[in-house]
Design a protein around this ligand. Sequence first.
Ligand code: PGA
Length: 255
Amino acid sequence: MRKKIVCFSWKMHINTRQEVDTLATGIRDLTKAMTELEIFLLPTFPLIPHLSQILEGSHIGWGAQNMAFADYGAYTGEVPPITLIDLGCKYVEIGHAERRMYFNESDQDVNKKVKLCLKFGMTPLACVGETESEKEEGNGYVKIRTQVLWALEGLSEEEIKKVILVYEPVWAIGKQEGASAEYVEEIHSFIRGVVAQEHGSEAAKAVRIIYGGSVKLESAQKLMKKENIDGLFAGRFALWPDKFAAIAATALRKE
Ligand code: PGA
């Protein structure tokens, strides 16, 4: 049984300790009973220590939105894995569409970071997704397959089981509506098929695939009913504790 995930990158939406106080305290308190879920928050780097003080002792984890592709050395402005470990991070988001678009991150960078993250015992969230034009021109599946293969390139079956794959179609990020539950289920089952073909059925059965891109309560309810959707990556529509908690509650097992 794959444990359901609800996570939340704050991108550059939550930018002061005071904003962290309000959002994180609220989320922590409202999701206290949701222990069957794996919940974690991803703030900007400098806010990680403050967030960790609020979440310490709760079942909610935290992590980073990015990480260097090397473990130490002359990489001005980068943050290495050991610093994240020192700050109690358990998760690292890797290769988000905005990182690929604005910071030219390549599939090879993503692969390096995924490996490094695993080496340091953290969980990588490897992001994949097609652009609008790739989808329209019928190249979406090829793009997603390539990104998935690169993200997992050179990993053992045991390592793949620890990775969280995040499907975020570029055309669904920052929009009024995200992708439909039917479409996401189709892509997630395709991704699981790619993992099965390349890395075996055990890895494919265990790897968790979550969806992000304009997730809101109404869409979350539909998404979480699908077999291959193992969780949600919340964004702008979860920037209030009660909104996040309501989205998270859709991932709880129903009788
Ligand atoms: P959004 O962000 O919900 O604001 O579209 C989602 C994401 O990019 O993870």
